[in-house]
Write a protein that binds this ligand. Structure first.
Ligand code: ADP
Ligand code: MG
Length: 265
């Protein structure tokens, strides 16, 4: 797939290997009348641009909670998330939604495709909701076909999700995540609901996105899958108990300043 010509829309300019996402002393506590539950405890890490980054840990260790903080779907109790030097917390709710549409594509364990829409329509819906990624409406179908073809499901553009295998559905979901050409793709247990053969193939597709300039952050409880990453953290009970591959990010200079448009949001 050719990189779409939408340079004016690209708001993140961070060199490969430089810090793209910084998570600083993130804690998340849920307080009910009966008890106080610490979900994340002082989590700090850096995601290098264009890396394949794994968040690994057993079920209940806080992986999904971290992803929700990274995408701004949830806010931490303390600490901060910086995206190319811009703090997410500072954005208002609808600016955050706009930001998310442009900067992050999300892939879920259970695909979450709209069952009444075809593969191509699922992708064009993301364009509609995400502002079109700089692509004019008359080219949305073409853009959807490009995204589907890039992840090897171009032939199924006009099928409904129910007419596709699990692996094919997850590829459509990856195509949808690419629709607005975001710099980051996050995936929560993206192969957790697939048989081992399609899991392997879908993971390869996800990993290959780094060669197209994407930063891919994935959550997995599977150590073998986590070992495929170029960088990552290991979580246990909401704490970081191991990390690797972030050196490149620490060595490099400060992230690029946000664009005027970004700073204004
Ligand atoms: P993972 O994705 O690693 O399986 P999660 O991030 O989903 O873990 O959850 C981490 C921990 O936080 C779990 O013990 C979970 O039960 C708890 N948790 C998550 N959300 C809530 C909530 N809204 N209220 C109470 N506990 C929660
Ligand atoms: Mg989870």
């Amino acid at each position: 797939m050719a990189r779409p010509d939408n340079g004016s829309q690209r708001t993140v300019m961070v060199a490969r290997g430089a810090p793209l996402v910084r998570v600083e002393q993130l804690s998340h506590v849920i307080q009910t009348r009966a008890q106080r539950t610490v979900i994340l405890d002082d989590v700090t890490f850096t995601v290098p641009a264009e890396s394949l980054f794994a968040i690994n840990g057993p079920s209940g260790s806080g992986k999904s909670t971290i992803l929700n903080m990274l995408t701004g779907l949830d806010r931490p109790t303390t600490g901060r998330v910086l995206f190319a030097g811009v703090e997410l917390r500072a954005k208002r709710e609808n600016a955050l939604a706009r930001w998310r549409g442009r900067h992050v594509g999300i892939v879920f364990q259970f695909f979450q495709l709209i069952p009444t829409l075809t593969a191509a329509e699922n992708v064009t819906l993301a364009l509609q909701l995400g502002g079109g990624g700089g692509v004019p409406r008359r080219r949305w179908r073409q853009r959807a076909l490009e995204c589907l073809t890039a992840v090897d499901v171009g032939a199924y553009a006009d099928r409904l999700p129910s007419e596709l295998s699990g692996g094919q559905q997850q590829r459509v979901a990856i195509a949808r995540a690419l629709a607005n050409d975001p710099p980051v793709v996050v995936a929560d247990e993206p192969t957790g609901n697939l048989d081992s053969q399609s899991a392997h193939a879908v993971f390869e597709t996800l990993a290959s996105l780094t060669e197209r300039g994407k930063t891919v952050i994935y959550v997995t409880h599977d150590r073998e899958l986590a070992a495929r990453a170029s960088a990552g953290i290991e979580l246990l009970d909401g704490r970081v108990v191991g990390s690797h591959g972030m050196e490149a990010a620490f060595d490099s200079v400060a992230p690029a300043a946000p664009s005027a448009e970004e700073a204004g949001q």
